[in-house]
Write a protein that binds this ligand. Structure first.
Ligand SMILES: [Mg+2]
Length: 299
């Protein structure tokens, strides 16, 4: 199957939404976004770096490539509208691989009403590379940034952390609905999705907000899949794709008591402080926490 056969096939596979005026087949897609502001995010995933195609299989890889972008939209409490998908496909078998990637992606796109409206498909002698760009829109209250955490705010996370390699890193649900629900219930001061591990991503959030943070070791929820030094895994394993958010103590108390998000247990794991830096408390002991960001699962 050559590129144009694939594109013809693709046009029969992808589903449109009411936002799409022109989908695949013209020089650009045309999507309706009534908001004044759009969210744009892109992620490039490479075989051997972000996944191993031979181990994970193309459907899980395709799903993940879209899901990581949706997670970034979730981190802004936005909602996705459209996606463009660019593939560098290894020859031979490029056509079949492209099909399988799309089959992995499409159910997730449908679940979150994200129309795949275009992209580019090339074949080459190198490994698989997938780059997806998602366009979204912020919620009615606007986008939630990394930069709004204040001293005294509570730090909440949306689920257990660590040990996602080989499992949750592929199968996670982007927290789109959860973020929107939370945003409607309270003023989220800052938020980030946990792609590089709690310690690393919290470091980004603190830097952007100009604050520090103190974590409570006993409170950090650790996933069952995290083995060995379980706390360390929860702090530094990447690709949990839960959300970490800063809210006022009043909102934090309300959210922890009411647990208003279906299927998600919000956990209060720490506080933001005025002094720059990060610390973790275990019992009465407080030690500095290194902002160990960027721990790719396959590095
Ligand atoms: Mg992110």
């Amino acid at each position: 199957m050559a590129e144009f056969d694939y594109i013809r096939w693709l046009r029969t596979q992808v589903r449109s939404t009411d936002r799409v005026e022109v989908g695949i087949g013209d020089d650009c897609a045309v999507v309706r976004i009534p908001e004044e502001r759009v969210l744009i995010t892109t992620d490039m995933l490479m075989d051997g770096v972000h996944f191993r195609l031979s181990e994970a299989g193309p459907r899980r890889v395709g799903r993940k490539a879209l899901a990581v972008n949706l997670s970034d939209i979730a981190a802004m409490a936005g909602r996705p509208v459209a996606a463009v998908v660019s593939l560098a496909l290894p020859r031979p078998g490029a056509g079949k691989l492209a099909e399988e990637l799309l089959r992995g992606m499409q159910p997730l796109a449908d679940e979150f009403a994200t129309a795949i409206v275009g992209g580019d498909t090339n074949a080459w002698p190198g490994p698989l590379v997938i780059s997806i760009t998602v366009i979204g829109e912020p919620g009615p209250a606007g986008p939630v940034l990394r930069s709004g955490a204040r001293p005294g705010d509570w730090l909440l996370v949306t689920g257990p952390l660590g040990g996602s390699r080989g499992g949750k890193e592929f199968d996670f649900t982007p927290r789109i609905q959860e973020a929107r629900t939370l945003r409607l219930l309270c003023d989220i001061h800052a938020m980030i999705d946990l792609s590089d591990g709690l310690a690393g991503d919290l470091g980004h959030l603190c830097t952007e907000s100009g604050v520090g943070a103190v974590l409570s070791a006993e409170r950090i929820p650790i996933a069952a899949a995290a083995t060995g030094d379980r706390l360390q895994r929860a702090l530094t394993d990447g690709e949990d794709f839960e959300l970490a958010l800063a809210v006022s103590p009043e909102d934090g108390r309300m959210l922890i008591e009411q647990q208003p998000v279906p299927d998600v247990t919000l956990v209060h794991v720490g506080e933001f402080v005025a002094e720059r830096g990060m610390w973790i408390e275990e019992g009465a002991k407080r030690r500095p926490l290194e902002a160990r960001g960027y721990v790719h699962a396959f590095e």
